[in-house]
Design a protein around this ligand. Structure first.
Ligand code: HEC
Ligand code: HEC
Length: 201
């Protein structure tokens, strides 16, 4: 009886502690995200050289954001600014900032754009949607949502896996056989689907 009472008394405190931790972590994520929003929070903001749009993070999976940041930190992804950003963060910081971006709202719903390249891309995308989900909305937390992402960023990212500047064993194999035209068509298709959005200040 004593033990049972003990559980009833302690449990609410434990939940309160977890809630406080989660809230604290979200607040910290918002503070950390301030720097990030200088690039990721401006619709259409461009990487200077080579020129492509900064990826949208709104609606992206939390676990994937963590994996991507750990990739820049470990050097398996090459981008000087992002390596500096991720390199200066602890694992807890990375978790907190990922939670902030993933918590900014649901994926956009709406209708897909259409066009010749998009149609070609759709036909080529069957192998990709096995992981990235129907219309690019992946249901696996560690596989990125591609739907709605900027076309030029998708082209850039796929090319990075192909050239080995991003070393991911899964995507290296997927990207290896794609022609330049395939990459353009696939990027056109995934970016034309409703999904990711730019997180604003
Ligand atoms: C100076 C502009 C800039 C700042 C500041 C910046 N980023 Fe980035 N971020 C980029 C660019 C450009 C890329 C694409 C890099 C590449 O080609 O791999 C990127 C990529 C990413 C990715 C990978 C997205 C994906 O779809 O794979 C994540 C996650 C990310 N940034 C999070 C952050 C976080 C969190 C911060 C703040 C701590 C931050 N960024 C600050 C420009 C910036
Ligand atoms: C077996 C599962 C799988 C398949 C099939 C697959 N991918 Fe991926 N994809 C992944 C994983 C895992 C990542 C994250 C890799 C990393 O950490 O950089 C990824 C990342 C990506 C990214 C980077 C997204 C970003 O925001 O930076 C793009 C673009 C992409 N994949 C496109 C494709 C395309 C196009 C195809 C089809 C030709 C494809 N993928 C097939 C698992 C897969």
């Amino acid at each position: 009886m004593r033990k049972i009472l003990h559980v009833f008394i302690v449990l609410p405190f434990a939940f309160a502690a977890i809630n406080t931790y989660a809230q604290g972590s979200a607040d910290r994520g918002a503070v950390l995200a301030d720097t990030c929003l200088g690039c990721h929070g401006i619709a259409g903001y461009r990487n200077a050289y080579p020129s492509y749009r900064v990826p949208m993070l709104g609606g992206q999976h939390e676990e994937y954001i963590v994996l991507a940041l750990q990739g820049y930190k470990a050097g398996t992804r090459a981008h000087p600014t992002m390596q500096a950003q991720a390199g200066s963060m602890s694992d807890d910081d990375i978790q907190a900032v990922a939670a902030f971006f993933a918590g900014q709202g649901e994926l956009d719903k709406g209708s897909a754009r259409s066009g010749a390249a998009i149609k070609r891309g759709e036909e080529k995308a069957a192998v990709c949607t096995a992981c990235h989900g129907p219309a690019g909305v992946s249901t696996m937390p560690n596989w990125p949502v591609l739907a709605g992402q900027h076309t030029d960023y998708l082209v850039h990212a796929i090319s990075q896996y192909q050239s080995g500047k991003r070393t991911d064993p899964v995507m290296a194999g997927q990207a290896a056989a794609l022609s330049e035209q395939d990459i353009k068509d696939l990027a056109a298709y995934f970016s034309a689907q409703p999904g990711l959005f730019t997180t604003h200040y």
